[in-house]
Design a protein around this ligand. Structure first.
Ligand SMILES: Cc1ncc(COP(=O)(O)O)c(C=O)c1O
Length: 358
């Protein structure tokens, strides 16, 4: 294979996707627990029949760009559309990284940042941010000074710790950064504030959003960047043409008409998150961290394999073992009320049995 592939690719493990179904309660991928309502699905599939499937879609869907620009009070040329936000992240790296360019980031965070940076032969410079800790601002500023990174990655709210960045820290980073500041708001709908208004102040700020979480569209793949027009124009040159298929375009436009109903779902998830957090906090032996997203990071007592114990009882959470600093940690997505109840009751039982055993 060494004749065929880059060294950085041969050394990679690649992304391993967690199990998709077969479980009583699936709380492992931070998806929305609400599927698109049936009447909307029926309407969308009927509308899809009248489209020409043999023709290319309209490149870069002007309708979607316009609608999203309205949503965020920016101009359409500040929007770049992607087949999921991950696809755009790859576009970003293809457009910016020369081999050996430094990238500053704060693990533990979303695993694809490291994976793709390696693919593009970037030089990863990490500053650790343990769960529950503040953003290591002065260390990141020092790393920026020392390494002059081409890119800085910030995930806020952060997957998997649930931490949310304050906008003053973001200001300091944008002022100090010589390159682009990639600010991933995949969970932006669940937290207090967005960084999008800061785009007016910082040319180098680039924000990523997705319809995979709050918009219930993980299966259809749609995400977008919001940035300054000059930055987006460069990325547009590298982005894959026709990356938004006609069905995704139809569905995203239709769901944007339903923002009010979606907002109710988001409010529900936030309330459930607070309820699940309070219940976990009151459980002896469970360590839990406040979250601004639709998931919660937690850890059970040493010697108890919580992931396995929950799995055996039909509940799938995300095992974070393997992530830096997170051996023995679990990330649990917020589900429907009865799913959260099953999770909490089962966990309580597991913890009770564990105490009895000792
Ligand atoms: C921080 C973060 N960014 C991006 C994504 C992926 O988004 P998409 O489905 O739009 O590719 C995820 C998905 O888990 C995520 O956690």
């Amino acid at each position: 294979m060494t004749d065929y592939f880059k060294k950085s690719v041969l050394e990679l493990h690649g992304y391993t996707s967690p199990p998709q179904r077969e479980y009583r309660v699936k709380l492992n991928q931070n998806e929305s627990p609400f599927d698109v309502p049936d009447p909307v699905k029926i309407e969308l599939t009927a509308a899809a029949r009248s489209l020409l499937w043999n023709r290319y879609p309209c490149n870069e869907s002007p309708a979607l760009m316009h609608r999203l620009a309205q949503r965020h009070a920016v101009e359409p040329e500040q929007i770049l559309l992607g087949n999921g936000s991950n696809q755009l992240f790859q576009t970003l790296l293809a457009a910016t990284l020369e081999p050996g360019d430094a990238v500053v980031y704060t693990p533990p965070t979303f695993s694809l940042y490291e994976l793709y940076t390696r693919v593009y032969d970037g030089r990863l410079v990490h500053v650790m941010q343990p769960p529950g800790a503040d953003y290591p601002l002065s260390e990141v500023l020092a790393a920026i000074k020392d390494h002059r990174p081409r890119l800085i990655y910030i995930c806020s709210p952060n997957n998997p710790t649930g931490w949310e960045m304050d906008l003053d820290s973001l200001t300091r980073i944008c002022q100090a950064a010589p390159g682009l500041v990639f600010f991933d708001e995949a969970y932006g709908e669940f937290c207090a504030q967005s960084a999008i208004p800061s785009l007016d102040k910082f040319e180098n700020l680039l924000i990523s959003r997705t319809f995979s979480k709050a918009f219930s569209m993980a299966g259809l793949r749609f995400g977008y960047f919001v940035g300054n027009a000059a930055v987006i124009a460069q990325l547009r040159k590298v982005n894959i043409p026709y990356n938004i298929n006609i069905f995704t375009e139809l569905a995203a436009l239709r769901l944007l008409e339903h923002e009010k109903e979606m907002a109710r779902g988001i409010e529900f998830i936030k309330k459930e998150r607070d309820r699940v957090f309070a219940a976990l906090q009151s459980m002896a032996g469970i360590l839990v961290f406040p979250s601004a997203a639709n998931f919660i990071l937690m850890k059970g007592p040493a010697g108890l394999d919580l992931f396995q114990a929950l799995k055996e009882r039909g509940i799938l959470v995300r095992d974070m073992t393997g992530y830096p600093l997170l051996s023995g940690y679990q990330r649990v997505s917020i589900g429907l009320a009865h799913e959260n109840d099953i999770f909490l009751q089962t966990l309580e039982q597991i913890m009770h049995d564990n105490v009895e055993k000792r």
